[in-house]
Design a protein around this ligand. Sequence first.
Ligand code: MN
Length: 488
Amino acid sequence: MKKYEFWFVVGSQFLYGPEVLETVEARAKEMAAALSKVLPYPMVYKVTAKTNKEIRDVVKEANYRDECAGIVTWCHTFSPSKMWIDGLRDLQKPWLHFATQYNKEIPNDEIDMDFMNLNQAAHGDREHGFIGARLRKPRKIVAGYWQDEKVHRRIGDWMRAAVGVAVSKDMKVMRFGDNMREVAVTEGDKVEVQTKLGWQVNTWAVGDLVKEMGKVTEAEIDALVKAYESSYDIATDNTAAIRYQAKEEIAMKKMLDREGCKAFTNTFQDLYGMEQLPGLASQHLMAQGYGYGGEGDWKVSAMTAILKAMGEGGNGASGFMEDYTYHLVEGQEYSLGAHMLEVCPSLAAGKPRIETHHLGIGMNEKDPARLVFEGKAGKGIVVSLIDMGGRLRLIVQDIEAVKPIMPMPNLPVARVMWRALPDLTTGVECWITAGGAHHTVLSYDVTAEQMRDWARMMDIEFVHIGADTTPEKLEEELLVKDLIWKLK
Ligand code: MN
């Protein structure tokens, strides 16, 4: 994970004289230092801008510097916004407009016109807001006192979404083989995703992976098996299968790292020269922050890596998921999510077990080793990116995951059970209406608001299905958005 930071740019003007400007600068530095201690990424004070050139210069630098993941602006005093036009027009990094104020209270005895002239964010931030709206510039607006915890959480959440933007713009996906034959929703326009989202999606031969596997040494496998043993319970005697998965993981990781890829796909239809579909191998790579998509689904793979990077510590509880089957008993309606093998252990409630079982689908000569576990209970989201032809649509649904209500002793894969909002069947109707895929990223760490921020920064369509969604409202929303996105 790169070291990211955010730049604090404060707007002002010369009108107030040097003393006021010195006070503004000192306070801005104090605020940036204090906020850096409570936010997930440092906020670096840059400038109290008084001219068009100062703003253009700081934006130019922000665009150029890789470590700068976004800018946060605030107007302690009034900052005439025509001087912001050129800078904001050129800005290519995420932007948060922080509408706050240095003092929390209006001081009854102290307040006079000098105080008012120094502390006028209430109208400074409105002038600043106008130019954002006038320029149609995507931005996040957070209003509130700078020492409030709720404000810290909201800025922190946005920072993580902005890091998701930086990670997206750097994203390279390694595809081993093509997509599963005849499947529609896993297809997409790779030129469009590179233009909009920055993803480089390219293919490598399965034969190259098999060649790489041939170069893996026994010592390398020993070391990785030790790492498996320290993280997971071994519930199989088939050590050969575990060692084979280790060999697959080492070879894939070498190829991914060599090419700078943070995400990969494979398909059970193309395992030519391999004994088993990577299961444990893909799961352990996901645990390290790599994105994965089954059946060649490179969109979900890249999204998995991005949501992971947006989470806690730059590698949160997010993983590749598939809606498999329902429990439709009244009052107990749940989705059961899993995959053939590849569910990320960051979703696990307890310590995963390594098991080996027969896998009938695909060209598996031998039983693949995989991690088996139950998913955590808790609030989360599922995310699907689909290609609507001419544009991308990001669909996010709120979910409530539960401890699976039955043990399912014969199910040989990791499983997560959840109820989609507003309720399972309405949620399913809404999801299907919007065209959401069977593959998703399931996250306990990233919120729908963060994905909305991410979609806004990426300039793609965003659809949210939550507690208040009705099929009727959603249908209308999709009709309107369809028109808007055709015009854009
Ligand atoms: Mn699948």
